[in-house]
Design a protein around this ligand. Structure first.
Ligand SMILES: NC(=O)c1ccc[n+]([C@@H]2O[C@H](COP(=O)([O-])OP(=O)(O)OC[C@H]3O[C@@H](n4cnc5c(N)ncnc54)[C@H](O)[C@@H]3O)[C@@H](O)[C@H]2O)c1
Length: 342
């Protein structure tokens, strides 16, 4: 298939693009490039267009009719970024996504895979959430994802198969690493500072998924039977990868035994805590196997950080923390208040 991947030069996109190519697809990337140069090692990007998905001109330059599938990852990708500017989060994550989906349908694209998030579940009791459970979004980021899902899935037709993947929090190695997500962050602490520090008590539950397993799920949605995926929303992850933050810290301590663990006593500022069922994904796509445990991902991360020389200075810098890099681009006038390049 010919596939367009938006957000191709982000953390997830930098794994998805080579993964899809490795599985025989012809992939073209699209990214406006906020994090393009923030690399742990040389990425395997392939052909791409550097452009903003919000711009009309972008869709004059890229002929969507050329593609059979679109994987839409481009987004302001986390909660603190949503707090930076709520209106922008809605403009990029919601309005731009729905606009692209409609353009794709009108151009005859057959499949559209949208990156949603398990953070739509927010706070709640300990019952595992299924796709039809009540949602309790805590942030503009989570709301922006929810507000795409229903209108997107309503575009389903015999010739257009959209689906929304509510990914658990990602972990694992990518050329464009993020260290602002919990597993990656704790491993970076351990590797660069010989310490694993939680300010909070670490009791919240987090469903987690390896970034390569995200790519594997996207591939299954592009290749699997249309009837199984069209118009559907899926939680994406593995039950045994749902851990309390303190359990993650303990697993990191196994992989980096010299690191000293300190766990605080306060309730964290981040109120998200939820467990999620992944049964629907298994039922609809029985051939899909998510391969990575959190422990395996931690070992892989520690080894890659050492191999590529991640230092404390780089860890504390802006390269691998999305909000810091965006603020840097704003402060230096590289992008304007609407996060557009001049
Ligand atoms: N990383 C996670 O834990 C996680 C979990 C659940 C869902 N997701 C979703 O997966 C997707 C990818 O996440 P990520 O971690 O790779 O984020 P990321 O921030 O690393 O990548 C997002 C990419 O989108 C690009 N982008 C942003 N606005 C754009 C625009 N207007 N036009 C073109 N490109 C634009 C950025 O330059 C960036 O490269 C996002 O939609 C995110 O919400 C991520």
């Amino acid at each position: 298939m010919r596939i367009l991947v938006t957000g191709a030069h982000g953390y997830v996109g930098s794994v998805v693009v080579p993964f899809l190519r490795h599985h025989g697809h012809t992939v073209h990337g699209l990214d406006c490039g906020y994090f393009a140069d923030d690399v742990l090692y040389a990425p395997a990007d392939g052909p791409y267009t550097r452009a903003d998905a919000r711009d009309e001109d972008t869709w004059k330059a890229i002929n969507l009719a050329h593609f059979q599938g679109i994987v839409h990852l481009a987004a302001l990708s986390n909660d603190p970024m949503g707090e930076l500017n709520e209106a922008l989060t809605y403009a990029v994550n919601r309005d731009c996504s729905l606009d692209l989906a409609r353009r794709a349908r009108d151009a005859g694209v057959e499949r559209f895979v949208f990156a949603s998030s398990c953070s739509v579940y927010g706070v709640g009791d300990d019952a595992a959430r299924i796709e039809t459970s009540a949602l309790s979004p805590q942030t503009a980021y989570a709301r922006s994802k929810i507000e795409v899902e229903l209108p997107l899935l309503a575009l389903k037709s015999p010739s257009f198969a959209p689906c929304a993947l509510r990914f658990a929090t990602a972990f694992g190695v990518s050329a464009r690493l993020r260290l602002d997500i919990v597993v990656n962050n704790l491993v970076a602490w351990a590797v660069t500072q010989n310490a694993i520090r939680l300010d909070s008590d670490g009791t919240p539950w987090r469903p987690l998924v390896h970034v390569e397993d995200m790519a594997r799920t996207i591939l299954a949605c592009l290749e699997g039977p249309t009837a199984a995926i069209s118009g559907e929303v899926f939680n994406v992850g593995r039950e045994d990868n749902t851990l309390q933050v303190r359990q993650i810290a303990e697993l990191v301590a196994v992989a980096v035994p010299t690191a000293r663990v300190s766990i605080g006593t306060k309730t964290g500022a981040d109120t998200r805590s939820y467990q999620v069922s992944f049964q629907k994904l298994r039922h609809h796509l029985p051939g899909l196997e998510l391969r990575w445990s959190v422990a395996e991902g931690i070992a892989e991360l520690a080894s890659a950080m050492r191999k590529h020389g991640l230092t404390q200075e780089r860890f504390e810098g802006r390269e691998f923390v999305r909000l810091r890099q965006l603020k840097h681009l704003l402060d230096t006038g590289t992008i304007d208040g609407e996060l557009r390049y001049g």
